[in-house]
Design a protein around this ligand. Structure first.
Ligand code: MF3
Ligand code: CO
Ligand code: CO
Length: 257
């Protein structure tokens, strides 16, 4: 790491690449295993099993006191949902799975939102496809010589096109050796351009988009679960991306996402 610009050494990048691949595989195995009728605690326990089998450990468990192995956010929950034995996943629910794994001193962090309903409504399709494509537009803008704000603008533009509310309180971030490293990567513009992207930087791009307004509330009881204020449903997709001297490299890419 150098100067808060967060350029990783080639040796670090070897380990970060491996941790990201492990995390992405767990994300996809977990996503495949989620079914209506499971509780979110069942999902968390499955995640714990997959993480243990990988030889890594959860990067979220006990992070600032977070009590789960992964974040599981259902429907109007935006991010940081905590597993519960009482929360049964329904046939029409959408479930965001955010997975963080520490492996050999490096970190992976990636999220996907899956839909239990094989025939979702037009609005739910707009939400899921809109959020996923906002992430992909952001990744395409992640090129050396451009600024963090160029990623933000690309994500914002895509979100607007899909008529989705952009959550402002939570942002993407540098990642790799620590879970959250500089720089911040907002999903909106209007704050200046931020640092210039350089080869060796690793960033998490993670749009959190709502069918309704951008406004959110944090659960008063658990202090973690973020929900939309208007009760509208929300989606979250996250990839970890390495800035190179040419194309951005998606470190958490797998066949399924
Ligand atoms: N995975 C989140 C992110 O993408 C951070 C979760 S922190 C936790 O940045 F404590 F809630 F797990
Ligand atoms: Co995450
Ligand atoms: Co993240």
């Amino acid at each position: 790491m150098s100067k808060g610009q967060n350029v990783h050494t080639p040796e670090e990048i070897v380990r970060i690449r491996r941790a990201a691949a492990v995390t992405a595989q767990i994300r996809d195995l977990l996503a495949e295993s989620v079914r209506p009728g499971m509780t979110t605690m069942d999902v968390d326990m499955r995640a714990a099993e997959l993480i243990r089998a990988s030889g890594g450990k959860s990067a979220f468990l006990n992070y600032r006191g977070y009590p789960g192995n992964v974040c599981i956010s259902v429907n109007d929950e935006v991010v940081h949902g905590i597993a519960s034995c009482d929360r049964v996943i329904g046939e029409h629910d959408i479930v965001s799975l955010d997975v963080g794994v520490e492996f050999d001193g490096a970190l992976g962090d990636t999220a996907v939102t899956v839909c239990m309903d094989p025939h979702p409504s037009a609005d739910i399709r707009r939400l899921l496809e809109g959020t996923r494509s906002a992430l992909m537009r952001g990744i395409e803008a992640a090129r050396c010589g451009r600024r963090v704000g160029d990623i933000s603008r690309a994500v914002e533009l895509a979100a607007r096109k899909s008529r989705l509310g952009i959550v402002r309180e939570y942002v993407g971030h540098g990642c790799g050796i620590h879970l959250h490293e500089p720089p911040e990567v907002p999903n909106f513009t209007g704050w200046g351009g931020g640092p210039v992207l350089a080869p060796g930087m690793v960033i998490c791009i993670e749009p959190m988009l709502n069918l309704g307004t951008e406004r959110i509330v944090v659960d008063r009881h658990d202090g973690w679960t973020v929900r939309t204020r208007d009760g509208s449903w929300s989606a979250h997709f996250e990839h970890m991306v390495l800035i190179t001297d040419s194309e951005p490299e998606i470190l958490t890419w797998q066949k399924t996402m």
